[in-house]
Design a protein around this ligand. Structure first.
Ligand SMILES: Cc1cc2nc3c(=O)[nH]c(=O)nc-3n(C[C@H](O)[C@H](O)[C@H](O)COP(=O)(O)O)c2cc1C
Length: 481
């Protein structure tokens, strides 16, 4: 497959904010460092080999000379010469053994300089370099107990610890573009300027820890105003007295036990486009380097895509073009304010898993991804489900990988895959088989924030090439004491 637009570099695009690029941890330098080290080691080994060969030659000559002297000695009884010959022979044998060991050592060093596992290969999209391809997907923590959309010290600890744990990209959780776009009253947001500073310290320290900082922008649509672990009302609409509100949707069709949403007017649809634009602008001010638009899991943008949920008869419903219109308008609006040097992702549900004819499926996802690519989207984050309730989902390790693979190859666009990927070898195989450009580790990263460090050890990456913070290198996997 062609090398996608992964290879696009800063000089290919214009308008990139320079400081965004300069501060990037350059994963490429890690590779260069590796190559440089390997070359140094190989040079040293060659030198040692040469010296040993020379010494061996000298010893052999001496042994031959001594043997000759012994032979030529009177009646072969020159004991002194015999002894000398024996000694020289022994030295020659020892030197030969050393030379062989040095050669074997050189071979091992060459093997050590083998290319990094794919998981640890850096990736450049536009002008942003990701140090590796192990990414943290967006996962809502429902932890804004003040209900003001501002991330808290909990969010700081949660995201910065995973950046220290070696992830290449941290995609911060579903972040509402409007108060009524929150999935729960406890969601974070970027719907007003006052929220920017609350994000900035988190973003700064994610970057200082060597990861790229991304944010997922979302509008919850008919699944907004649902419960959380602190409020209760799980999978239901939260009542007004607990901070809930009346949700919006493309059509008055309820999701599961949630209340029936209000069908949006065209003016309300236009307002959502503006909200995404303004939130992306704030994400830039906060220092984020990647924006991901959430068009999956049954939130507003994916509701418009799926004919089971969108039964509008205006220009936003009916045909594929009409159902995709809102998402494409949002992408265009975000691209308007999102610098050309920074990547834009879209997360999609590649299928709604419904068996109903004409419902949202992989074929439409592929058509959508091609459209998104033409509108400046750099990567599709391929998930599934969540759009309609009551369907059966065959969740198992790698169950969403075929969808990523299809989008990746049929559209020729970078993708990520996610879903029950828990083991380093499993993740590495996905990349080696070119089924995705990067993998996302979700729930496994909730229990193991340093998953990439374990993966590095499991895949034989030298500790100096693994994404250890310098402070942690003494505790690297393989340390004996
Ligand atoms: C606690 C939790 C919160 C989540 N919140 C979001 C979210 O905010 N946005 C989103 O797109 N997906 C969300 N997801 C889905 C994850 O990003 C991921 O796709 C899913 O967990 C499957 O990957 P995994 O098997 O590696 O966990 C969430 C998942 C979990 C477990």
């Amino acid at each position: 497959m062609s090398k996608h637009r992964e290879k696009e570099t800063a000089d290919k695009v214009s308008g990139a904010p320079k400081q965004e690029i300069i501060d990037e941890p350059s994963g490429v330098s890690a590779v260069e460092k590796l190559a440089e080290n390997a070359e140094k080691q190989a040079k040293k080994a060659r030198k040692e080999e040469k010296a040993l060969a020379k010494a061996e030659k000298k010893a052999r000559k001496e042994a031959e000379k001594a043997a000759k002297e012994a032979k030529d000695g009177k009646d072969g009884k020159d004991k002194k010469s015999e002894k000398k010959a024996k000694k020289s022979k022994k030295a020659a044998a020892a030197l030969a053994a050393s030379a062989a060991a040095a050669a074997a050592d050189a071979d091992t060093r060459a093997a050590d300089a083998a290319p990094l596992p794919k998981l640890f290969e850096p990736l450049t999209l536009r002008s942003v370099t990701f140090r590796n391809r192990i990414w943290l997907p967006p996962m809502d923590t429902y932890s804004v107990f003040a209900q003001d959309g501002k991330p808290t010290p909990f969010h700081y600890q949660h995201y910065v610890s995973r950046a220290l744990g070696g992830f290449g990209l941290i995609i911060c959780e579903s972040t509402a573009v409007a108060p009524e776009g929150r999935i729960s009253p406890n969601d974070v947001g970027l719907w007003e300027d006052g929220q920017v500073d609350a994000w900035r310290w988190i973003v700064d320290d994610i970057k200082k820890a060597g990861a790229v900082a991304g944010v997922q922008l979302n509008h919850g649509g008919r699944k907004a105003s649902t419960g959380s672990f602190s409020l209760g009302y799980i999978n239901q609409t939260v009542p007004a007295e607990r901070g809930g509100w009346q949700p919006l949707g493309p059509s008055p069709i309820a999701f599961g036990k949630c209340v029936t949403p209000t069908e949006m007017t065209v003016e309300q649809i236009h307002a959502v486009v503006d909200q995404f634009r303004a939130a992306a602008q704030r994400a830039l001010w906060a220092g984020f380097q990647v924006v991901e638009i959430h068009a999956a899991h049954g939130y507003l943008l994916s509701e418009f895509l799926d004919p089971l949920v969108n039964q509008r008869t205006d220009e936003y419903g009916g045909s594929f073009e009409n159902r995709a219109r809102l998402l494409v308008d949002v992408v265009d609006a975000v691209r308007d304010v999102w610098p050309a040097g920074l990547p834009l992702f879209v997360r999609v549900s590649a299928t709604d898993w419904s068996v109903e004819k004409g419902s949202w499926d992989l074929k439409q996802t592929i058509a959508l991804a091609a459209k998104l690519r033409n509108h400046g989207v750099d990567l599709v984050d391929v998930s599934t489900g969540g759009i309609v309730s009551g369907v059966s989902i065959p969740a198992a390790p790698n169950y969403q990988v075929p969808f990523s693979e299809a989008v990746h190859h049929q559209v020729d666009i970078p993708t990520t895959t996610v879903g029950l990927i828990t083991e380093p070898r499993q993740a590495e195989d996905i990349l080696e088989q070119d089924r995705a450009t990067a993998v996302e580790i979700g729930r496994a990263a909730l229990r193991e924030p340093y998953w990439p460090l374990r993966a590095a050890a499991a895949l034989g990456v030298d500790r100096n090439d693994a994404p250890y913070p310098p402070q942690y290198i003494r505790g690297a996997y393989g340390t004996k004491r």
